[in-house]
Design a binder for this molecule. Sequence first.
Ligand SMILES: [Cu+2]
Length: 312
Amino acid sequence: MDVSCKTRDRMQSRPIRLLAAAGTLALSAGVWSTVAAQGVVGDLPGGPAVNQWNFHPPVTRIAQDQHWLHGFMLIVCAVIFVVVFGVMFYSILRHRKSVGHQAQPLAEPLWVELGWTIVPLLIVIGMALPATWVLVAQKDTRQSDITIKATGMQWKWGYDYIKGEGEGIGFVSTLDNSHRIMSSSGNPPPTDDYLLKVDHPLVVPVDKKIRIITTANDVIHAWMVPAFGVKQDAIPGFVRDTWFRAEKTGDFYGQCAELCGKEHAYMPIHVRVVSAQDYSAWVQEQKKARAPPTAAAAPVQAAAAEVLPARP
Ligand SMILES: [Cu+2]
């Protein structure tokens, strides 16, 4: 290709590039105006926030410790990175061949050998100790006030209160149908709790140690609530446990955290943390709703049984 040909190509390609850039800009503006016209998604208290770059605000001691651990490890790693790469690049630049640096025989003094063995060892111990403490604390499920079994199913959660106040209560928690409809529409409106709303949230009292026993009845799921610092696999045929003690009342959200099939994104977790009084009232309400038929209702049920034919 000669020079004049190259110049002609460049002249032809410039308007095309300009046109493409204008098109992209118009498309972006269109998308932006559509989003703006529809409304904007806001933060969900206890759940994800818009442009969230850090963990969820912690509401348990374990979650606070995990955040501290994360920050601590990040700082240690960043300092090591800066020091090691700083020394390395300084050495490369200062002692390069082009400035006439001559290599010198290395005496291998003992203090250097000891230093680069002992210092990293101390750093590893300094990182392992707090990490082990937090790990052991988050696995200590003893002396819980309430024990709840969470059973993962494709694609919902079953909750059974098996010990403590509320013992005997059990229900299934499923994605709220309005969210299913929104998702099926293919163009869901901006919704703060999109795919996180359930029909029956898990209700627990504040400041009580709640032990969650996880299992599953089909494939592996995982029970995760980031604000509590809790994430535990639910494995069919096995029982695992975890715990939390929420320090604040409110609604907290999580999701199944183990890819479990085509509707993995449709099995949210909603935990409602209430005061001790509200929890007792909720327990009474649930027990009343689940109570066996009273003497007044029994004759009606007996009559209904006579009318309806018995199932084979
Ligand atoms: Cu799942």
